[in-house]
Design a protein around this ligand. Structure first.
Ligand SMILES: *Cc1c(COP(=O)(O)O)cnc(C)c1O
Length: 236
C-alpha cells in the first residue's frame, strides 16, 4: 500500500498544480474550482489514502458500492460524498442517507423521493440537475428543453437545495470536442440563475478535458483515472 499511497498523494498534488495553471490561464480564482475524486471501482483503501492526503470531496457512481465503503469512510471528518451516477427512485432513501449531495437528479419523481427521504433524516440535500446534451443512448439526464419546468417544480420541495447543473459529454480523445457541450451547460446555468439564485455550481470536466472545462467556467471537476489510475473494468 505504501507505494500506491505515494502515487495518489502525488497525483493529487500534480492535479492541484494543473488546476492552478488552468485557473491562471483562464483568469479565474483557484478557490472557485473544486476537485472531486471519483473513486468508483477502486477499493475503499484508495479513498482512505486520498483522504489522508487531504482530499475531502469524493464522487461515487453506485449506491450499492458506496454502501459497502460507507462504514469505513462515512464518519471521516469533513468528508463530502456525492452521487454522480444514475439513481433509481427506489434507491433514493438509501442514497439520501449515505451521500451528502446527489449530482444526477433528472426527474421530478426522483426529486420528490429525495426530498421526502431527506426530510425523514432531518436534512437538506444539495442537488445538481444532470442534463443530457448529446444524443448517445448510454448517457443519462434531462433534455435541456425540459430544464425550466423541472426547476420550477423542484424549487418548492422543502428538503432539497437546487445547487446547479452537471453533464457528461461524449467521450473523446480530444478535449476540444467537449467544449461546445460545456458552453451549452454554462448558458443553461446562467439562464437558470435568473429565476433560481441558488444555482451556482457547474459540474463539468473529467481527467482528459478538465483544462477546457475550467476555461468554460467549471466549479467542480470530477477526476477518477488521473488520481486513482485505471479502473477495472476499464470501460465504465
Ligand atoms: C467515472 C466518471 C468520472 C471520472 O472519469 P475519469 O475519466 O476517470 O476522470 C467523472 N464523472 C462521471 C459522471 C463519471 O462516471
Amino acid at each position: 500500500m505504501a507505494n500506491s499511497q505515494t502515487h495518489i498523494a502525488e497525483n493529487l498534488a500534480r492535479i492541484h498544480e494543473e488546476i492552478r495553471q488552468a485557473c491562471r490561464a483562464a483568469n479565474r480564482d483557484e478557490a472557485d474550482v473544486a476537485l472531486m475524486a471519483v473513486s468508483k471501482f477502486h477499493p475503499v483503501e484508495a479513498l482512505v489514502e486520498a483522504y489522508g492526503a487531504g482530499q475531502r470531496l469524493f464522487g461515487e457512481n453506485r449506491v450499492q458500492e458506496m454502501q459497502q465503503k460507507f462504514p469505513t469512510v462515512g464518519a471521516l471528518a469533513g468528508i463530502d460524498l456525492h452521487l454522480i451516477g444514475p439513481l433509481q427512485s427506489n434507491k433514493s432513501a438509501k442514497a439520501a442517507e449515505i451521500f451528502h449531495a446527489i449530482d444526477t437528479v433528472d426527474s421530478l419523481k426522483l426529486a420528490e423521493r429525495l426530498s421526502s427521504a431527506a426530510a425523514a433524516l432531518g436534512r437538506t440535500l444539495p442537488i445538481l440537475i444532470e442534463v443530457k446534451l448529446s444524443h448517445e443512448e448510454s448517457k443519462h439526464g434531462l433534455a435541456p428543453e425540459e430544464l425550466p419546468a423541472l426547476l420550477d417544480a423542484i424549487a418548492p420541495l422543502p428538503n432539497l437545495t437546487l445547487s446547479g447543473l452537471m453533464t457528461v459529454p461524449p467521450w473523446s480523445e480530444d478535449a476540444e470536442t467537449a467544449r461546445p457541450y460545456f458552453q451549452h451547460l454554462r448558458r443553461l446555468l446562467d439562464e437558470s440563475q435568473k429565476t433560481h439564485a441558488t444555482m451556482t455550481q457547474l459540474s463539468i470536466g473529467m481527467s482528459n478535458d478538465f483544462h477546457v472545462a475550467i476555461e468554460e467556467g467549471s466549479t467542480c471537476i470530477r477526476i477518477g483515472t488521473a488520481i486513482f489510475g485505471k479502473r477495472v473494468p476499464a470501460a465504465v
